[in-house]
Ligand binder design. Sequence first.
Ligand code: TRP
Length: 339
Amino acid sequence: MTRKSVVLTGITTTGTPHLGNYVGAIRPAIQASKDHNVQPFYFLADYHALIKCQDPERVGESTLQIAATWLALGLDTGNAVFYRQSDVPEITELAWLLNCVTAKGLMNRAHAYKAAVQANLESGEADPDKGVTMGLYNYPILMAADILLFNADRVPVGKDQIQHIEMARDIAARFNHLYGEHFVLPEAQVSEETSVLTGLDGRKMSKSYGNVIPLFAPEKQLRKLIMKIKTNSQLPGEPKDAESCTLFSIYRAFATREETAATRKLYEEGIGWGDMKSRLFEYLNDHLTAARERYEALIQSPEKIEGELREGAAKARDYSRPFIRTLRESVGIRSLGGT
Ligand code: TRP
C-alpha cells in the first residue's frame, strides 16, 4: 500500500478562536479531517505560544479553548491525529538536531526577526536585537521540527507562514545531504479562497486589531458585537454596495450561494443597516448554537479534552519515537553496545 499523503498544521495557543480563524483555517481543516485518503496531523503549538506570550494563564486558557473549539466543530479524531506539541518530546529533540545544521544566516532572514530589528532601528534604539529572544529567533527551526518529524507532504498555512515552510525545506535538504534521505520536503498549501473576513472596524479580522468576534461568543455578546459593526451612513431605502460591506462579508462566509444571492438583492433594494444586522445575528446564531452548546459542555469537562489530546499524543508518538531513534543513529548518537 502506498503511504497516505500527510497534511500537518499547528495552531499557536495564544488566543480565543474568532470568526476569521474559523473561516480561514479551522473550517477547512475540519473538513479535511474527514478525508480518509489523507493522514492529517493537527496540533496545538504550545511551545510556540511561549515565544509570543509570557502569561501562563493565557496560554493554558487558550489551549483549552482551541482544543474545545476543534472538538465541538466535529474534528474527526478517528482519522486526524490531534495533539499538543508539548506532549511529543521528540519535537524539541529534533529541533536541536536541526539547530545544529541550520545556518545562522538563514535565521537572520526570517521575516518575524527582521521586523523586530526594523522596529528597533526605527524607534532609534541602539541595540537592534532589543526584546528579541532566542525563542523568536529560532522559531522557524522549532516549526521545521514540527513538520519534518511527521514527514508532512503538505502544510496548510496563511501567507505569512510561507517563508517558514521554505526554511523547513532548506533545513530538511541540508540534513538529508549530511545524514541520508530522512525527510520529505514539505510544501506550503495556501488557501485559494482569498475571502478574508473583515472585523468590527472594517479592517481584516485579527486579534492584533482588537476587532474580532469570538466564534463561540454567548448569544447576547454575539448580538452586541454585530450591532457594533461599522457601516456607512446610508439610509434605509438607498441601494447599497454589498461587496464592500463587513456585514455581507461575514454573512457570505457562512451562507449558501442562493442565500448570498438573495441577500445581495436586499442590498440593491436598500435594506437598512439595523435590519441587516438583525438578520446577520439570527443567521449566525442559528448556525453556531449547536456547536456552541457542545463547546460549553466541553469547557465544563476539561478532562474529556485532556483524554482526547493524550490519545492523540500517543498516536503521534507511535510515529515519532521510532523515527527519532533513526535520526539519532544517523547523526552518530548511538548505543556503544550491550542492550
Ligand atoms: N507558526 C504557525 C502560525 O503562527 C503555527 C505553527 C507552529 C505551525 N508550528 C507549525 C503551522 C507547523 C504549520 C506547521 O500560524
